[in-house]
Design a protein around this ligand. Structure first.
Ligand code: G1P
Ligand code: ZN
Length: 542
């Protein structure tokens, strides 16, 4: 039986960079989750009888929302839902399932690297049939719908047993509970030389992987341990927990500090990696060397041809605007297209679909390729392992060779989290108001060459996205970027991105923050960060 339930709009359901993100108690408000899911369905057309993929990162409230989404999918006329066993699907695995089974789209339940638990974060994101995040046209339509929605439809049937693999019927719809790992692992086998990686590992190369009690645990056990022979004792925090063990499942130097310390210590394994809540991000650390995500993108792009899936070379490379220019130098050398897009994976979708790029990445620990339409944490780990297996060098040697060839791009991001939204907007507004007059002036010891607010013209569909961050280019090639986060759930988060290119190998051994200090000073001089945020230091430095 299907019911129609009246609801009044919740005016705050604006999907951000990665869908709708709120605290769990907000999603638990009666009708809140239903109003958003119905707004998603109401913004789509011609899905009757088609397939929807549903899965999440296993965080608190995942199972409840999946049961609701199943009942609403049935009531709204979907013909079939594929749902990951236990409600689990990593974001890249969900993207793959949508593509492989030619689904109409998918609902991915995650708040990525944000903490989980009864008072922590939850999120719902809609992905389209190419497997990627819905483009702005659709997220705008969803938001518009949330403003006026007055009812939702839901079928009445008992909870589906998400732990049992198999096919069920609910509200006239077919529900298939599928193995969340199998299809994804098979895809990885087509891209990478598993034999070569197995030989590397069997030869004593030690791999450590921190799943951070998040979704990649089962994937790492199957792929790294069972198929590649990695010592299970080195797959850390491999059991997904609803609250991620009370930690932030965020693979950065703050939240993956244990792994970092291990990798810098005397008994460091040869290779260390971590992924985030929903498995789309990656952290790569070699023995004694942290690889910044911007560098990792460049190094993966320069070496991708060593893996079977990329043997024929790259069609192009894409990076988000705040990501460093290291990859641009690789694209120039390879003679392939380079694209600079706004922050958020959804902007890569058109380029990937049109065959304009093969590899893409973001400074925020996201790297991926045209194999799915999301960033993919384990994919990056496997590509690194494949490259290491073929080059038979250490991570340190590969990094140093790369810098020697292309120069080193020092890079850092300073985040000011949970600051007052009004003050954050005022800081950005004050900068924007001065952009046209900045060229030629000094900021600290640096001279400004050019300043603008980044506008993206999508070369595939012609759409235009404005106000995607403030860019300050300095003479000598350093760059500073200011933007406000689109994924935070409390107050505003100001992100400041700094980079400096250093061609001279004799100067590649500097400490990152020291190497960037002129750019850090310029940021304060330009934006009065202390005054606007009331903070004397960033919350997180990556
Ligand atoms: C952050 C990252 C961005 C990434 C997004 C989703 O968004 O900066 O690169 O695409 O998370 O993982 P932000 O909070 O900066 O809007
Ligand atoms: Zn994520």
């Amino acid at each position: 039986m299907t019911r129609t339930v009246s609801v009044t709009p919740f005016k705050d359901q604006k999907p951000g960079t990665s869908g709708l993100r709120k605290k769990v108690p907000v999603f638990q408000t009666p009708g809140y989750t239903e109003a958003f899911i119905q707004s998603v369905f109401d913004s789509l057309e011609h899905y009757q009888g088609k397939t929807l993929v549903i899965g999440g990162d296993g965080r608190f409230y995942n199972r409840e929302v999946i049961q609701t989404a199943l009942r609403m999918a049935a009531a709204n006329g979907f013909g079939r839902v594929l749902v990951g066993q236990g409600g689990i699907l990593s974001t890249p695995a969900a993207s793959h399932l949508i593509r492989k089974y030619e689904a109409f789209g998918g609902l991915i339940l995650s708040a990525s690297h944000n903490p989980g638990g009864p008072t922590e974060d939850f999120g719902i994101k809609y992905n389209i049939s190419n497997g990627g995040p819905a483009p702005e046209k659709i997220t705008d339509a969803i938001y518009a719908r949330t403003q006026v929605i007055d009812r939702y439809s839901i079928a009445d049937f008992a909870d589906v047993d998400l732990d049992a693999l198999g096919t069920f019927e609910g509200g006239g719809m077919t529900i298939e509970v599928v193995d969340p790992v199998a299809d994804y692992a098979a895809l990885m086998e087509t891209l990478f030389d598993f034999d070569a990686i197995r030989t590397l590992v069997a030869g004593g190369f030690r791999v450590a992987f921190d799943a951070m009690h998040a979704v990649t645990g089962p994937y790492a056990r199957e792929i790294l341990v069972r198929r590649l022979g990695v010592d299970p004792a080195w797959v850390l925090n491999a059991t997904p927990l609803e609250d991620f063990g009370g930690h932030h499942p965020d693979p950065n130097l703050v939240h993956a500090k244990e792994l970092h310390d291990l990798m810098m210590g005397p008994d460091a394994p040869d290779f260390g990696a971590a992924s985030d809540g929903d498995g789309d991000r990656n952290l790569i650390i070699g023995r004694g060397v942290f690889v910044t995500p911007s560098d990792s993108l460049a190094m993966l792009a320069a070496n991708a041809h060593l893996a079977p899936g990329y043997r024929n070379g790259l069609k192009g490379i894409a990076r988000s605007m705040p990501t460093s220019g290291a990859a641009d130098r690789v694209a120039a050398k390879l003679g392939v297209e380079m694209h600079e897009t706004p922050t958020g994976w959804k902007f890569f979708g058109n380029l990937l679909d049109a065959g304009r790029c093969t590899i893409c990445g973001e400074e925020s620990a996201g790297t991926g390729s045209d194999h799915v339409r999301e960033k993919d944490g384990l994919w990056a780990v496997l590509l690194w392992l494949n490259i290491l297996a073929v080059r038979k060098q250490s991570v340190m040697e590969i990094v140093e060779d790369h810098w020697a060839e292309y120069g080193r791009t020092y890079y850092s991001r300073h985040d000011y989290e949970a600051i007052d939204t009004g003050q954050a907007n005022a800081l950005i507004g004050a900068l924007e108001g001065r952009l046209d007059s900045l060229a030629g002036h000094r900021a600290g010891s640096l001279k400004i060459a050019k300043a603008d607010s980044f506008t993206y013209h999508d070369p595939v569909d012609g759409s235009v996205s404005r106000n995607q961050g403030i860019r300050i280019f300095f003479e000598g090639g350093s760059r500073l970027v200011f933007r406000l986060s689109g994924t935070g759930t409390s107050g505003a988060t100001l992100r400041i991105y700094m980079e400096r290119h250093e061609p001279d190998p004799a100067r590649h051994g500097q400490e990152t923050q020291a190497a960037l200090s002129p750019v850090v000073e310029a940021a304060e001089a330009l934006a009065d960060i202390r005054k606007w945020t009331g903070r004397t230091a960033p919350t997180v430095i990556t």
